[in-house]
Design a protein around this ligand. Sequence first.
Ligand code: FE
Length: 234
Amino acid sequence: MGVTSTLQPEALQKIGYGLYVVTSGHEGHVNGQIANALMQVCADPLAVAVCLNKQNLTHELVSRSRSFAASILSEEAPLPFIGRFGFRTGRDIDKFTGVDVFPGVTGAPVVRQHAIAYLEVEVDRDMDAWTHTIFVGRVVAAGILSDGHPMSYAYYHDVKRGVTPRSAPTYVVHHKEESTVSKYKCKVCGYIYDPSAGDPDSGVAPGTAFEDLPGDWVCPVCGADKSEFEKIDD
Ligand code: FE
């Protein structure tokens, strides 16, 4: 029997992930970001790995502090909450304003809001992964925060209709959008407003043209206003 060599990038989109807020603190600076690539790698010692983009401020803080916290998001977490951590940079805004956190033993602010459990990790080793670094470390604290189901990456995309930032390890480089007229794209996060789908979570019925959206409508993913959208023609 012969072996057929193929490379379908779509196959990688079938990998299952969760969705986490990874936070870190170092010398008075704190930040947090969304990560999907986190996993337990050992039972004894209890150890996990997380994969972070080298350009992210959180990466810098984890590198320096040698520690991080990870909150496991609930399926109930709303898109704007995820967008705040996933699409805004902590270099411009304080992502923690109005967010329920508590101080962790590692110095990271642990996000309690919309989370079902948390871990705190002391980093033992880093592995270079091209654009990203995989930080591996021992779990030094962990706890349950609330009832609920963990948000899966598939649920985020399929049910919450979330999008993936360019900085994520799972970003799809060559998007192929369905050909439809008058879709608009958020320049901040990449969310695409599709008039045929509307924005039911914000009370916008399917069939509503972008031009007819209320003036105070904002991107359901990152909270940007209408002026941050551009028409896409593909
Ligand atoms: Fe957006």
